[in-house]
Design a protein around this ligand. Structure first.
Ligand code: HAM
Length: 440
């Protein structure tokens, strides 16, 4: 039984003033950098016809078992689960695709014109061992195109993620792409893969022996040096693709070529989630010079998930494709642009109030400034002129607005240019017009 806050071991002495391991506060400049990135990505998505969606942080645990897959790392090792007081089994969402497919059915989006194109961003949770580029609370920007099997939609999401990352200032992107077949051809390839690895079971690492039982496609994803030679000679998916899958893959590649998007085919790319079929892809950046581990971290990953709808209980198959970008990795990448959000405005005026009446009137004056869209800073808790002017000097704001007792009676304010020290007395009913004349 978990201890209650009143029980021994959960007293105040146990409060740790720090975020849980692998999670972070976003504050100041860093907050703005995330907000700026999400705004830029959303803007690109909106211009391509995507609509926003936000789903809850908590979902039923079963949703992820039946979509991401019970034998994937995300579910087996990394899922945060909880039981509510009412007995519901919920999970902190480890990814966004399954919740969005759930929302698609819950809100009857199949009756809208197809495909339904949605974008989203927010925090996701995976109980991984925290290290550089791997957090327990990660932030993603995602795109999902639901209701089309056409290869142009695969190319559309790849194009968009490429555009978003390029606009975020990231050069030298590598797009790796593969097709993992469909329910007709994949089982044949899978069987051959299992036969091959069974023959070499003694030569593979312990993790791969587990994968051989539970999730054989992930054998191709193993990074252990011991397993690399075997991988080279493993049955390649490309030889097993059926005519339909081959044609689909060919069309996706042709679309990319027509858009001058450079890609590399990687027949070992299988991705760590079970819901994929046909196209899978990952986008990464070459590691910075001197970085110890030579494997570039994926900035984004995605693919087609034509069977997810069925896995979630729908009678009808709804083909779909999507991608998610790891915002934490993008914003930590060398050379990433500082995309500032639209809402952030540097304060233009430092508002100084003197005396009880002025303090009482100050919030109404701030409201006038808000209506004129003049961003301000202030220190309403300070009383003396010198303390407030001191802060105004320190934070380097070009103008101070002073409201003293006399100004309260006269319905005026003093505007002081902090550089030249020149001052104007301005009537409150003329303040809005006067503010327009101030230079930033
Ligand atoms: P994913 O590959 O698991 O795909 O995650 C997408 C991206 O999220 C990764 O490429 C990486 O940049 C970032 N990411 C993943 N785990 C972490 C972590 N522990 N810490 C920091 N960043 C991380 C999905 O989530 C799929 N839902 C993508 C998708 C959308 N497929 C179809 N539609």
């Amino acid at each position: 039984m978990p201890k209650k806050p009143t029980e021994k071991g959960m007293g105040k002495e146990d409060i740790k003033l720090q975020t849980p391991k692998g999670m972070r506060d976003l504050i100041g400049e860093e907050y703005y950098r995330y907000q700026g990135f999400f705004e830029k990505a959303s803007e690109v998505a909106i211009y391509y016809g995507f609509q926003p969606i936000e789903t809850p942080i908590l979902e039923s645990e079963g949703l992820f078992y039946h979509s991401v897959g019970a034998h994937t790392d995300i579910i087996e090792k990394e899922l945060y689960t909880l039981r509510t007081k009412g007995g519901d089994r919920l999970a902190l969402r480890p990814e966004g695709t399954a919740p969005i497919m759930r929302a698609y059915f819950e809100h009857g989006l199949q009756s809208q014109p197809q495909p339904v194109m949605l974008y989203y961003h927010g925090p996701f949770f995976r109980h991984d061992s925290p290290q550089k580029g791997r957090y327990r609370e990660l932030r993603q920007f995602g795109l999902e195109v639901i209701g089309s099997s056409k290869s142009i939609t695969d190319a559309l999401v790849i194009r968009l993620v490429n555009t978003i990352l390029t606009e975020a200032g990231l050069p030298d992107l590598t797009i790796e792409i593969n097709s993992i077949g469909d329910r007709d051809c994949r089982p044949i390839w899978k069987r051959e893969l299992v036969n091959y690895y069974r023959k070499h079971a003694k030569e593979i690492c312990a993790d791969c022996r587990e994968r051989l039982k539970d999730n054989p496609l992930r054998l191709l994803d193993c990074k252990n040096p011991k397993c690399q030679t075997l991988k080279i000679a493993a049955p390649s998916v490309i030889s097993y693709l059926c005519t339909g899958c081959k044609q689909h893959f060919k069309e996706v590649l042709e679309c990319l070529e027509a858009m001058n998007i450079t890609y590399t085919i990687n027949n070992n790319l299988v991705r760590g989630l079970d819901y994929y079929s046909r196209t899978v892809f990952e986008i990464s950046m070459a590691p910075a010079e001197g970085e110890a581990d030579g494997l570039p971290l994926a900035l984004a990953g995605g693919g087609r998930y034509d069977y997810l709808s069925r896995a979630l209980g729908s009678k009808k198959q709804v083909p779909a494709v999507g991608v998610a970008i790891g915002a934490d990795r993008v914003l930590a990448a060398p050379g990433v642009a500082n995309l500032l959000p639209r809402l952030i405005k540097k304060p233009k005026i430092f508002f100084i109030q003197l005396g009880t009446e002025a303090k009482m009137k100050s919030l109404s004056i701030i409201e006038i400034l808000r209506h004129t869209k003049t961003p301000i800073a202030h220190s309403l808790s300070k009383d003396s002129l010198s303390a407030q002017l001191g802060i105004a000097e320190k934070v380097n704001i070009p103008y101070a607005m002073i409201l003293g007792q006399k100004e309260v009676i006269d319905n005026t304010v003093i505007i002081r240019d902090m550089r030249s020290r020149a001052q104007d007395v301005v009537k409150l009913d003329e303040l809005a017009n006067y503010l327009k004349t101030l230079k930033a």
